[in-house]
Ligand binder design. Sequence first.
Ligand code: SAM
Length: 293
Amino acid sequence: MVHPANKKISQPGSQLRGHVARKRFGQNFLVSTAIIQEIVDAIAPRAGETVVEIGPGLGALTEPLLARIDHLQVVEIDRDLIARLRQRWPAERLTVHEGDALDFDFSALKRAGPLKIVGNLPYNISSPLLFHLSESATVVHDMHFMLQKEVVDRMVAEPGSSDFGRLSVMLQYHYHMECLFTVPPDAFEPPPKVMSAIVRLIPRDKKKVGADGTAQSADNETAKDEALFARIVAAAFGQRRKMLRNTLRSFIDEAGLTALGISPTARAEELGVGDYVRLANALKNAPTPQPQT
Ligand code: SAM
């Protein structure tokens, strides 16, 4: 049986219409109509929604998205591809933001409602891009991305597993995530060397509403100081084989860890997201321990 990914877009001559894929921009273009259909069905864009595509490339996802909605925002870095996109669709249908998605202010696009952000992401910048997008999590409705399967495995990993790391904690803090399906290399041109996967990210509602109707935060859900939380997670996983009493020495001493119910001999991957939030919140106003001589 022919795998659905092998159903490719039929184009006379090159599948890439004369474009030469640029490695430095992580260009692996989707050419499987079946996979493209499956991705757009998962995204399920609806009229009136503000949809943003990162890295539209030759328009493999852009075209079917524009078949379902009137207007799309895209962020693309490759000037040749930008020229093609502008030629193919008028500005009323497609707004092309020329530049690096890593510097792009996604929150500036929120108009009437929250954003749907999508893309077959350049794999060479996927982790920094996911961290950058987390800064705009409050203006996002949902995000659907194609990524290296290995990265998706790390994103959705559970505590205790070897895949569970800084990326898992930081993204799970902001989002509920689900790996929807995997995509084989032959769905792309040129084919990447690795398996890919589609992941859905939905921002967690970190604010709880109290009995009196006012917004409240559960202690183990919202970090009062997200920068401190991020620093603690980075320190813990910076040397993931070491015990927390060593990696977190500049933040908290052994007695402090024990008082929080955290074993000083545990390693970073043994703590859940809630534990890191609890640690950060306990340390928010605590004096920094003096270095031991
Ligand atoms: N969406 C197309 C598809 O599925 O066939 C192309 C996907 S290709 C994996 C990644 C796309 O992201 C390319 O169009 C590439 O030029 C673009 N890109 C690479 N780095 C970028 C960056 N830093 N900011 C914005 N776009 C970028």
